[in-house]
Design a protein around this ligand. Structure first.
Ligand code: UD1
Length: 386
């Protein structure tokens, strides 16, 4: 760390939920290596806490354990957001950070951003400017509001800048740096757990593994897909139909698992062609995605990861905040229609699906770019030549 950086107050880096970890890991690494960036403190809000949603991913991503855990846990959006704010305020008071770094669009991102804004601590938002233009999505509210109060906004795709400018964000605050999630993917791709190992570990006997030499991988967890009994029933029926053509591996998010049980839909997923798994580690998910014939998902990050891996992705939503994955990558937004989803899978089986290309600056160096820029920005704030 350079002389100037040692004199600066630390940076508070916030994570709360699973999709934050793969974005923060490359940042922590890049900040640690950059002489112009002050020390970092990693704060975990505790929004996610199950080992398989949390500590397992920290290990896989070689992310150091958090310096502080606010242990907020689950609750309604209002409860969770308020409780994170209440517990994060004394952390800011204690450390007087030179800035707070938040990533993505989860409740922890907005809650900690709001506290920092009221304390006049600069906010750095990584993955700014993505918009689904669907305000029924809780993440969309988190994105719009976090961007409004951020001082430095790092974007993953060029369209994000236009979205931000339309909302009145100053152009000088916006910096296109690439995608830190893809930094993680490229760093760990070689350590991915082979799909065969995951299938075998999950109890598929060696004699039946042949049937699974081609498979699809599925993740569904958006409230709009899994919180309504009728919607979830229809989606699971569609997956069952697809699985008769192509066996499906489905790691289930705790929200989805709970709703399958609550709505009595267990029978729909009891099939030899559907392998239901608990949430998987990062290296397991990488292995499953990299070897899948198709990935069917409602996740944001997986749309990007499949584009980076060149694996066809069907997004079971009516919109995406990541249009570049459709325009340049392997993603197709299929919506919820049974026939459309079944036909899209059939097309991929026949043709191999979209090949796509790697979007600009998704090259594994976004973390470094952010560290370089942030060092200069912090120096400028303190009127020092970095
Ligand atoms: C959150 C994010 C979402 C992200 C997802 C990834 C928001 C608004 N949503 O949604 O953007 O895609 O994480 O997983 O921040 N639960 C557990 N164990 C845990 C965590 C959660 O069992 O470790 C269960 C609880 O019943 C909880 C429910 O999952 O109520 C939902 O968790 P929550 O953090 O509120 O939102 P996610 O659906 O995970």
């Amino acid at each position: 760390m350079g002389d100037f950086a040692t004199r600066l107050r630390p940076i508070l880096c916030v994570v709360g939920a699973r999709p934050n970890y793969m974005k923060m890991a490359p940042l922590i690494r890049a900040f640690g290596r950059h002489a112009g960036v002050p020390a970092t403190l990693l704060v975990h809000t505790g929004q996610h806490y199950d080992a398989e949603m949390n500590s397992k991913l920290f290990q896989d991503l070689q992310l150091p354990p958090p310096d502080l855990n606010l242990e907020v846990g689950s609750g309604s959006h209002a409860f969770q957001t308020a409780e994170i704010m209440r517990r994060f305020e004394p952390v800011i008071d204690a450390h007087c950070p030179s800035c707070v770094v938040v990533v993505g669009d989860v409740n922890s991102t907005l809650a900690c951003g709001l506290v920092a804004a009221k304390k006049r601590v600069p906010i750095v938002h990584v993955e700014a400017g993505l918009r689904s233009y669907d305000r029924a999505m809780p993440e969309e509210i988190n994105r719009v509001l976090t961007d409004q109060i951020s001082d430095v906004l790092y974007t993953t795709e060029r369209a994000a800048r236009d979205n931000l400018l339309r909302e009145g964000v100053l152009g000088e605050r916006i910096h296109f740096v690439g995608n830190v999630m893809i930094d993680s993917l490229l760093a760990h791709r070689g350590r991915a757990v082979p799909a065969e190992q995951i299938l075998h570990r999950s109890g598929i006997p060696q004699s039946r593994l042949g049937r699974w030499h081609k498979f699809g991988a599925v993740t569904l967890h958006r409230p709009s897909n899994v919180d309504d009994a009728g919607t979830l029933r229809a989606l699971l029926s569609t997956l069952r139909t697809v699985s008769e053509r192509l066996p499906l591996v489905c790691p289930l998010h705790p929200r989805t698992r709970a709703n399958v049980d609550r709505f009595g839909l267990g029978d729909l997923i009891a099939s030899d062609n559907l392998l239901i798994l608990p949430p998987q580690g990062y290296l397991e998910m990488l292995g499953l995605m990299a070897e899948a014939t198709v990935v069917i998902t409602d996740s944001g990050g997986i749309q990007e990861e499949t584009t980076a891996l060149g694996i066809p992705c069907l997004t079971v939503r009516e919109n995406t905040e990541r249009p570049i994955t459709v325009e340049q990558g392997t993603n197709t937004v299929v919506g919820h229609d049974h026939a459309a989803i079944v036909a899209a899978v059939e097309d991929i089986l026949q043709t191999g699906g979209k090949r796509g290309r790697i979007p600009e600056l998704w090259d594994g160096r976004a973390g470094q770019r952010i560290a370089n820029h942030l060092a200069g920005w912090l120096a400028a704030q303190h009127h020092v030549v970095a």
